[in-house]
Ligand binder design. Structure first.
Ligand code: B12
Ligand code: SF4
Length: 477
């Protein structure tokens, strides 16, 4: 069957100009949806993949008219849903015979509720799509009973909905085909935000799925949340493939927690060193599963930066989030990473249930004390499917629409603060952290490469905006 798989644009304007790549908006190759494209291809379907980040809706519809797919599958996370919905409705008008489906966090979080959002949708995939999308499309093609394929919500002819049950997990990640990079835009078009990479071309990889923790705000692709790891050798094979086929020079691992299995990390690093693979890499890790030796080995094997989700400088608020980490673990992980020469990125969150404005100030103090190379200050987002969303009355209130469910718009407001106070903390935090003469001086003397200079210039522009634009961080009501 002809299948069109799509990533919608990230902005309501529907087109991302290349100059945007120089802004804080980020371009990364979208891994999850490319896994789905690869699975459909392996099952023998004719697949096209379009990344809406680079094209207008009109262009995408024209391409679809020319290709005439029988099945169109669109990725969506919450803030992107509006763009996905527009695409679905345009396809319903112009290709009335095509089956229209969506997958990704919006479908997984909302399940049946997503069908209230648009008349155009036929099917929603409610879990990992690698196994169940080909199975579903095969059944559609052969006119078989699609309700026996688990992990889907189906709109029946009479408008009623059938939920086929919980999607099975992919137990063995090593058996999956690599994401269908060969169907993607030219890799050189993907230019992430400054300071999130050091070399191009860069691609994304997922080496494990799931997380052993249960933070109340975290949305999970699989409800069972079982953690599964790819083997070190399987990861190396994909890296070698990326070097050979796409001349990749850097990998961004987007695992929830790359370091969950210490032995695997060490084996992976050893293989990277033995094979002398010429790529740099960056990963996410929980602070409770790293140690200095492990970080040193990672650094030797090409890792240049680690993201540690610190979230708050107040233990009570870390506990409310059910983060299961301590301030001591945070201090140890970050100082160890810095000691072995890794760069460190620490995101923080404001607007935690029960958090007061004064406690927000303590978080800013911790950010300054830790003094990571890069920080970000987010607002807590209420993603459907998370404990925070499903029991929001216990924690605070939701304001704004789905497009506000991101890390900037304070769509969740705790009982203990106003929305304006949450935003005020963000503004103050950015200003206090980045305007420190010590920080600026260190960044200038540490600048070595052309890319470092580019990051510095963009940072200077952002700092100017932060300090002198009175509308910075203002939320549109
Ligand atoms: C990588 C990543 C990014 C990258 C994007 C890179 C890229 N282009 O892929 C960056 C850093 C840029 C990013 C940005 C943001 N992200 Co993000 N990101 C992730 C992360 C860490 C990994 C994604 C991934 O690859 N997962 C692994 C794959 C296997 O899962 P998957 O992508 O969901 O795909 C599977 C299924 O969903 C399904 N599927 C997916 N697409 C389709 C399509 C069809 C047709 C079908 C049938 C099935 C299907 O099958 C796939 C394979 O099994 C996830 C966390 C996570 N663990 O998923 C958050 C996550 C997706 N991000 C999230 C958010 C909120 C954001 C931001 C809004 C943050 C912000 N700045 O405010 C922005 C989005 C910007 C925007 N306007 O859209 C949330 C989404 C929550 C939600 N319910 O919507 C997540 C879940 C993090 C979290 N736990 O809170 N993100
Ligand atoms: S540690 Fe990270 S990935 Fe795991 S549940 Fe918490 S926020 Fe989600």
């Amino acid at each position: 069957m002809k299948c069109l798989v799509l990533m919608p644009a990230w902005e309501p304007t529907d087109v991302f100009f290349e100059s945007f790549a120089d802004s804080q908006l980020t371009y990364w190759q979208p891994t999850g949806v490319m896994y789905v494209a690869a699975a459909l291809k392996r099952a023998g379907h004719e697949v096209r993949f379009i990344d809406g980040a680079f094209h207008s809706v009109d262009w995408i519809v024209e391409q679809a008219l020319e290709f005439e797919p029988a099945f169109i599958g669109i990725y969506s996370n919450m803030p992107m849903w509006e763009n996905a919905r527009i695409l679905l409705e345009r396809f319903a008008e112009s290709l009335p015979k095509a089956w229209l489906a969506t997958g990704g966090p919006t479908a997984i979080g909302l399940k049946e509720r997503i069908f209230k959002e648009t008349h155009a949708l036929h099917f929603a995939c409610t879990g990992e799509g690698d196994l169940i999308t080909p199975e579903f499309v095969n059944a559609l093609e052969r006119g078989e009973d699609i309700t026996r394929v688990k992990g889907w919500v189906i709109r029946n002819k009479d408008g009623s909905l059938t939920n086929t049950g919980m999607a099975p997990l992919v137990e063995n990640l090593n058996e999956l085909p690599y994401p269908a990079r060969e169907l993607s835009e030219d890799l050189h078009r993907y230019i992430p935000a400054p300071s999130t990479y050091i070399r191009l071309p860069i691609t994304t990889m997922i080496s494990s799925r799931g997380c052993y923790n249960r933070c109340i705000y975290c949305f999970h692709v699989n409800e069972k949340r079982k953690i599964r790891y790819r083997s070190a050798s399987n990861m190396i094979e994909e890296i070698e493939h990326c070097i050979q086929e796409y001349q990749v020079r850097e990998i961004r691992f987007f695992d929830d927690n790359f370091c969950g299995d210490r032995a695997r990390v060490i084996e992976f690093c050893q293989l990277m060193l033995d094979k002398k693979l010429p790529v740099k890499w960056y990963c996410n890790a929980r602070v409770d599963c790293v140690d200095e030796d492990m970080l040193r080995t990672m650094k030797k094997a090409g890792c240049w930066c680690v993201l540690f989700g610190v979230e708050s400088g107040v233990q009570k608020n870390l506990d409310t989030l059910q983060k299961n980490i301590t301030l001591d673990q945070i201090r140890y992980a970050i100082s160890s990473a810095k000691k072995v020469g890794l760069k460190v990125y620490t995101p923080f969150i404001f607007g935690i249930p029960g958090e007061t404005y004064e406690e927000g100030l303590e978080t800013i103090n911790l950010a300054i004390e830790l003094d990571a190379h890069y920080v970000n200050f987010h607002t807590l987002a209420p993603f459907p499917g998370s404990e925070l969303y499903e029991r929001v009355d216990q924690y605070g209130r939701i304001v704004g629409h789905y497009s506000d469910y991101n890390f900037e718009k304070a769509a969740f407001v705790p009982f203990t603060m106003t929305r304006e106070q949450v935003q005020e903390l963000r503004k103050l935090a950015f200003r206090r952290f980045y305007a420190r003469p010590r920080y600026i001086f260190r960044r200038i003397i540490e600048a070595r490469t052309k890319e470092d200079i580019r990051v510095l210039m963009t940072g200077a522009k952002s700092l100017y905006h932060l300090l002198f634009n009175p509308n910075a961080f203002q939320i549109e009501h």
